[in-house]
Design a protein. Sequence first.
Length: 295
Amino acid sequence: MRILFTGGSGKAGRHVCRYLRDQGHRVVNVDLTPLDEPGIDNLTADITDSGAMFNVLTSYANFDELEPGTGVPSFDAVVHFAAVPRILIQPDHETFRVNTVGTYNVIEAATKLGIGKIIFASSETTYGVCFADGEVMPDYLPVDEDHDTNPMDSYGLSKVVNEKTGRAFQRRSGADIYGLRIGNVIEPDEYDRFPGFFTDPKTRLRNIFCYIDARDLGQIVDLCLKTDSLGYQVFNAGNDTNSVDLPNDEIIRRFYSGVPVTRELEPQEALFSNRKIREVLGFKEQHNWRNYVRQ
């Protein structure tokens, strides 16, 4: 597939771009900073500029596409990751503006140009736990895609708005538009953090103990590209197990007293449920932390 990828120079995006390239896709990264990676093309543009988004979506990827003399090829899909990546980087109003306006611009341009597959990065923060003022518990466990999305911060709120934006454009256009509620992204060189999680598991409470290996996130995006006719969907994007070396009964006893548990859980099953990506997309985890962390 010929894919326009926004935000491919970021922490998650660069790993996903590499994964998609390695699956044989042609990837054009749109970012304010180019990604210096063999086999990935770059265009520098600002997602908050609507005209720029229409322009990059009607652009050549690189000089080789001039050779056939048949005009600009069409993109088969858009993957939209570009965003202010969390609170406390830019002022709240700017985080909200960039993330919501940017997402609107990207999805509007893609659907009006007839692109039938759009995948966008939502977030675990939509559930209102991660960046809450004070300690907030989930309504129930495990946290699945039916859980209420009710954040109190500018970043989580921007992602809720983006989900509504994606849903509206899907209804209008009939395109497949899938949102990924991405968990705490772990790069391959970050597994040295996990012993600290084991020593003080409460540090993972705001993440609902979840993590997503950046390479497994690449697999999830690729599966979304290959799965058609689902209309509008949201998926939790997380690994199969929690990010601490405790069984669920102990995690629940220590940290979630009084929180309803809606079904029987496997001892290590992720409390940030990834059941939907396993059952609907066919996700098979490749990078469990136990492959990299000595216990």
